[in-house]
Design a protein around this ligand. Structure first.
Ligand SMILES: Cc1cc2nc3c(=O)[nH]c(=O)nc-3n(C[C@H](O)[C@H](O)[C@H](O)COP(=O)(O)OP(=O)(O)OC[C@H]3O[C@@H](n4cnc5c(N)ncnc54)[C@H](O)[C@@H]3O)c2cc1C
Length: 466
């Protein structure tokens, strides 16, 4: 019988075991020779007997070629952060998508992520590799309305991506969440017809420019970036900071304050527009694979036809942020779960004082604490997404989930890093990247403090904001 620890999202028995036993360097070399993504996608729907045959053919795991039976270590449970089998509560389609994302992350991202982390660069080829998964259409309809289970589906995609690499989820979240939602909620029929099909196909990549160098927390109280009507165009001036994907995106949605009315307006600013400059932010210590831009707008003329026609002031910006905040909470779940599973595996393998370190009570205490965190985060986010998809989620629900998961994620990755000892700060062991990326999760899309104040206001009826 398959135990919860052996289940995979696709319900395909030992895929996780198989993936955990493959050597990533060899996997990278293999990827250049065969259609690895295709193979792993096929593996996601195999039953256990077929997977065993595949394992045998690849020379890994039970019955692998050349393994000396006498030396085979006692079989230990496969690390699995889904201790309560929450994946089993998902629909078959949600589980299938989770399996596809898991296979994609292992085949296309894991082999190259450390190289791109060191290069401080986003692998553009990942966009072509991601296209066949058709992930945006799992969340959005062609006309920009959302699928009935959009938020749960987005959450599961985010979780599976973040288990391996948070940056990949951030690239996707900025494009498929913030940028897509800006046009879906704020665009006219013509604007949706022009941009949404290309965005669904990952043939036009979007960015979302709200935060300014003067500060992110206060943006709802007034933007420094301005727009001024001039004939059939608008003139934009100001700066935007931290704008994910913008160094290579086809357009950035720029939020600006109308000099005349003080109303917030949104613009589709196309790459290459005169007066629109993007400087890639260098030297980040988190999410180094995401490219963030510092944008300067100098008398940048944007046609009125590229003003988001249905934007109703800050209300629309807030609606976009509300749609995406649950996704950031899910990033914490995936990041923590990935770190936890790495830590369990390391505790099963690493020996000190003649024992596996997983035999030490203090290490078990770390692991169980981490698992408790991951389980409560996962449960909370599933409920949050269900509420969002049923129209009963309020800002304070998303804010509490973001506060809770970011804090628990920070604690979990720290325990995971600690479990690795000195090896925990080496990129090659995986956990260091999770440790660093958590710091960005903690601060963006509403810092811990700001989201705390949103919840505080809801529960007391008293606002701490000035
Ligand atoms: C990696 C990364 C990617 C990002 N991507 C994007 C993007 O694609 N698009 C975009 O528009 N933005 C993006 N951001 C910006 C992000 O949303 C902001 O960093 C965030 O909103 C916080 O703003 P800030 O960094 O200016 O901090 P500040 O607002 O300057 O806050 C500094 C500190 O003061 C605290 N503080 C502020 N006000 C209060 C208060 N009233 N009470 C108590 N404490 C308070 C904050 O909680 C924080 O601890 C990104 C940021 C990062 C780091």
């Amino acid at each position: 019988m398959t135990t919860p620890a052996q289940r995979t999202p696709s319900g395909s028995g030992d895929l996780t075991l198989l993936l955990s036993q493959l050597d990533l360097t060899k996997l990278g070399a293999l990827a250049s020779k065969i259609d690895l993504a295709g193979l792993l996608n096929a593996a996601a729907s195999m039953d256990e007997a077929q997977l065993k045959q595949l394992s045998k053919a690849l020379g890994v795991g039970k019955g692998g070629a050349g393994q000396d039976k006498a030396k085979k270590p006692r079989e230990l449970p496969v690390p699995n952060g889904d201790f309560f089998g929450l994946m089993d509560t998902l629909t078959p389609e949600q589980r299938e998508v989770a399996g596809q994302v898991q296979a994609f992350m292992h085949a296309e991202v894991a082999p190259i992520m450390n190289e791109y982390w060191n290069r401080d660069e986003f692998p553009r080829q990942m966009i072509d590799a991601m296209r066949p998964l058709d992930l945006l259409r799992k969340v959005w309809n062609e006309d920009g309305t959302r699928k009935a289970d959009a938020t749960v589906m987005e959450g599961i995609i985010t979780l599976e991506a973040c288990k391996v690499d948070v940056s990949t989820a951030v690239f996707f979240g900025v494009h498929a969440g913030l940028a897509f939602a800006s046009i879906a909620l704020g665009g006219s029929a013509e604007q949706k017809a022009e941009w949404l099909p290309k965005m669904l196909d990952l043939r036009a990549i979007g960015a979302f420019g709200l935060t300014e160098p003067e500060g992110g927390s206060q943006v709802s109280r007034g933007l420094h970036t301005t727009c001024r009507r001039d004939g059939d165009a608008w003139v934009l001036n100001g700066h935007k900071k931290w704008i994910g994907n913008s160094p290579f995106s086809d357009f950035t949605v720029i939020w600006a304050r109308d000099e005349e009315s003080n109303e917030v307006r949104g613009f589709i600013v196309r790459a290459g527009t005169p007066g629109y400059e993007v400087e890639k932010i260098q030297g980040k210590t988190a999410l180094r694979i995401v490219e963030n831009g510092l944008i300067t707008l100098t008398d940048c003329r944007v046609a009125d036809t590229d003003r988001l026609q249905e934007v109703k002031g800050w209300r629309t910006t807030a609606d976009v942020l509300r749609l995406t905040r649950a996704g950031v909470a899910w990033q914490g779940v995936g990041c923590a779960m990935g770190a936890y599973e790495l830590a369990v595996k390391y505790a099963q393998d690493r020996q000190q004082f003649g024992k596996r370190i997983g035999e030490f009570q203090l290490i078990q205490n770390h692991l169980v604490h981490m698992l408790g965190n991951v389980t409560s985060m996962f449960t909370l986010c599933l409920r949050l997404s269900y509420m969002a998809d049923h129209g009963i989620m309020k800002d304070e629900h998303a804010a509490l989930a973001k506060v809770f998961t970011a804090a628990r994620c920070r604690e979990t990755v720290a325990f995971a890093r600690e479990t690795f000892g000195g090896n925990g700060i080496l990129l090659e062991n995986g956990v260091a990247k999770h440790f660093a990326d958590t710091e960005a999760i903690y601060s963006y899309e509403g810092t811990n403090e700001i989201n705390t104040l949103v919840v505080g206001r809801a529960v007391t009826g008293l606002s701490a904001f000035v």
